[in-house]
Write a protein that binds this ligand. Structure first.
Ligand code: THU
Length: 132
């Protein structure tokens, strides 16, 4: 099984645990880092802006386990071309680079692959704030 297939299976399984009572839009995400896979699902809140995206959960799980590099990330939802929101693209940029692969899957396993730079050609860069 390729890493892409493993990421899909992991994200699809985690999506089933999504807490999305308000939008009813369940999302799963899986990150590859050092041959390990970390997963996340969206977790909404009655105070809507408090909700977290699936990508955010997967990235937090990676970091909490000592990971610091997103090699690939896959997100899956019941739609044909989900791409991470702007906020999550910036989070992916923190631990990825221009070539980081961002896979977008539907529930049937149709996958489109982008590089991060295709989705976020320019991102806020921390150079200016390193000494803050
Ligand atoms: N959502 C994600 O988890 N990831 C995305 O890439 C886009 C949107 C979630 C946030 C919210 O819980 C629901 O999908 C509807 O916006």
């Amino acid at each position: 099984m390729s890493y892409k297939d493993k990421l899909f299976a992991s994200a699809l399984e985690c999506r089933l645990k999504a807490y999305a009572p308000y939008s009813k839009f369940a999302v799963g995400a899986a990150v590859l880092c050092n041959r390990e896979i970390y997963v996340g699902c969206n977790v909404e809140n009655v105070s809507y802006p408090c909700g977290n995206c699936a990508e955010s959960g997967a990235i937090s799980a990676m970091v909490a386990n000592g990971g610091r590099k997103i090699e690939e990330i896959l997100i899956v939802a019941d739609t044909d071309n989900i791409v991470p929101c702007g906020n999550c693209l910036q989070k992916i940029a923190e631990f990825g680079n221009a070539e980081t692969l961002v896979h977008s899957a539907d529930l049937s396993g149709n996958i489109r692959t982008y590089t991060l730079s295709q989705l976020l050609p320019h991102n806020f860069n921390a150079k200016e704030v390193k000494n803050a």
